[in-house]
Design a protein around this ligand. Structure first.
Ligand SMILES: [Fe+2]
Length: 494
């Protein structure tokens, strides 16, 4: 009964009652029983079940510890035959390779063996250590663009299990005409990571990458960084997640629930700058992004990268917040400056610009987002895009549970489009349609939906089709725009 709602089609799961373990409040509580019930959704082996039960208890007893500081985790893994605590998880895709993240049971040397036309090629080894909290990121380079390469992972020279079909599919060369797809969404809230149908459907569209816009795997753990790590361990025991992350590079930003807690930002009341640094450290060790904010200062997790024809800018809309309605109170002055430079430096025909919370104010009147915190800053960002004629910009967001498409009509008449896919966990949210139905092109809540951008640069005027798909593969919405339609006039505004 518990599983049927998730293994069946989305309409059934939307119509039926939500099993208690998939309820959002349960995810927020995240007790050992609730976490164990999530694991149970995948029908784990007895050894995996026993390992997680022991590990969850250890993390609960040491809620501020690292993985490497807890020898009982290693002992439990070795006793139950767990070869890897996490990964392989792909990230940082390029035309000639990707990076492979793993978390090992003990400090080790990790290598990745990649199949090429000329035979197998060894990359690494890279050490996982106590300092890296048993994680290692192995760069794989030198592959041909737009080509598929199965790979294996060796820990101290010994092969470890990787998902069937695990492969690096390199990005197309940036100037090569072609078609490329990027999938996106937000708000798994732990529970969505166990939705096999949804995750398999994301993989089935063969995206070059998956962008996750917050509230992903950790839920309401505040400064209990040991429990952040426990939640990442739970993520990495999800077979559906492993199958996805082993073949589709992921790019990730946080929102309030995987930062600290509901609507929390900056240094939340009752916590310290050291707590914030500790949460950021767990984050940087548990994902596989190309870079993390101002790395030299240990601040923020924003980044810009390039995937085929598309520049991708993922903002950090939590770390730097101060108080609403103060200058740069949402992104911080330094990230705002960085954003202006990042936008100006974009070379591709398309730009994906993400905010973990909504760009527009049509839902919940901008609650916990740009509209309440820094509407002037948002205005400066959108004006910069228009005045510098940065074409092909798509605005993505999450947070308000549901899936929505918004039009942001500017005083100049130029129209931005916002795709808000806070629907990966299928949690009910505010009313599907916001306060400006004339500006909203789509709205659904309580269903497992994800977004897909397919870029086509084979024509003189490149285009992007943005689709919203359900867990059964059904297309629920589509909008196709050409780059010329996405080019601001650059005319001064009133
Ligand atoms: Fe959320």
């Amino acid at each position: 009964m518990l599983l049927s709602a998730w293994n069946g089609n989305t309409a059934e799961s939307a119509a039926g009652p939500v099993p208690p373990v998939l309820d959002l409040k349960a995810a927020h509580r995240g007790t050992p029983d609730i976490d164990a019930a999530l694991l149970e959704l995948s029908k784990p082996s007895e050894s995996v079940r026993a390992f997680f039960a022991e590990a969850r208890q250890v993390f609960g007893a040491h809620p501020r510890a690292t993985v490497a500081e807890l020898p009982a985790i290693r002992a439990a893994a070795e006793r139950h035959g767990i070869a890897l605590l996490g990964g392989p998880m792909l990230g940082a895709l390029s035309p000639d390779g990707a990076r492979v993240w793993v978390r090992t049971v003990r400090p080790a040397q990790i290598s990745v063996v990649v199949q090429t036309r000329d035979g197998e090629r060894l990359h690494g080894p890279v050490a996982s250590s106590v300092e890296s909290d048993l994680t290692a990121v192995v760069p794989v380079t030198g592959l041909e663009p737009a080509s598929r390469h199965p790979y294996r992972v060796l820990v101290d020279g010994v092969p470890v299990p990787v998902p069937v079909g695990a492969a690096i599919h390199t990005a197309p060369a940036t100037d090569e005409p072609g078609r490329m797809t990027i999938a996106f969404g937000a708000d798994f809230h732990k529970t969505g990571l166990w939705n096999r149908a949804l995750l398999d459907q994301i993989r089935a569209v063969n995206p070059a990458a998956l962008l996750l816009l917050g509230d992903n795997a950790v839920d309401d753990r505040d400064n209990q960084v040991g429990l952040h790590r426990s939640d990442y361990l739970l993520r990495d025991l999800s077979p559906a997640w492993r199958d996805l992350a082993g073949s589709v590079p992921v790019y990730v930003t946080w929102d309030d629930h995987d930062y600290f807690n509901n609507d929390r930002s900056g240094v939340p009341p009752g916590f310290t700058a050291e707590d914030r640094a500790a949460v950021r450290k767990v984050w940087t060790q548990s994902w596989n992004n190309p870079s993390y904010g101002f790395a030299d200062r240990g601040e923020g997790i924003f980044f810009r990268t390039r995937i085929g024809p598309c520049d991708v800018i993922m903002l950090d809309t939590r770390f730097f917040r101060t108080k609403p309605r103060q200058p740069d109170s949402f992104l911080g002055a330094d990230q705002m400056r960085w954003l202006a430079e990042a936008l100006t430096a974009c070379q591709g025909p398309f730009v994906i610009l993400t905010s973990a919370t909504m760009w527009s104010d049509y839902v919940s009147a901008g609650k916990d987002s740009w509209g309440v915190w820094d509407p002037e800053g948002r205005e400066r960002v959108l004006t910069l895009i228009e005045q510098r004629r940065i074409g092909g910009v798509l605005l993505l967001s999450g947070d308000r549970h549901g899936a929505r498409v918004m039009r942001l009509t500017r005083p100049s008449g130029f129209e931005f489009y916002e795709f808000e896919l806070g629907s990966l966990g299928a949690h009910p949210g505010p009313a599907a349609m916001g306060k400006e139905p004339g500006q909203q092109l789509f709205g659904v809540t309580g269903e497992s939906l994800f977004g897909v951008c397919t870029f086509d640069t084979t024509r003189d005027d490149p285009s992007v089709s943005v689709r919203i798909l359900d867990a059964a593969g059904g297309e629920r919405y589509r909008l196709t725009l050409t780059r010329s339609e996405m080019m601001p006039s650059g005319e001064p505004q009133d």
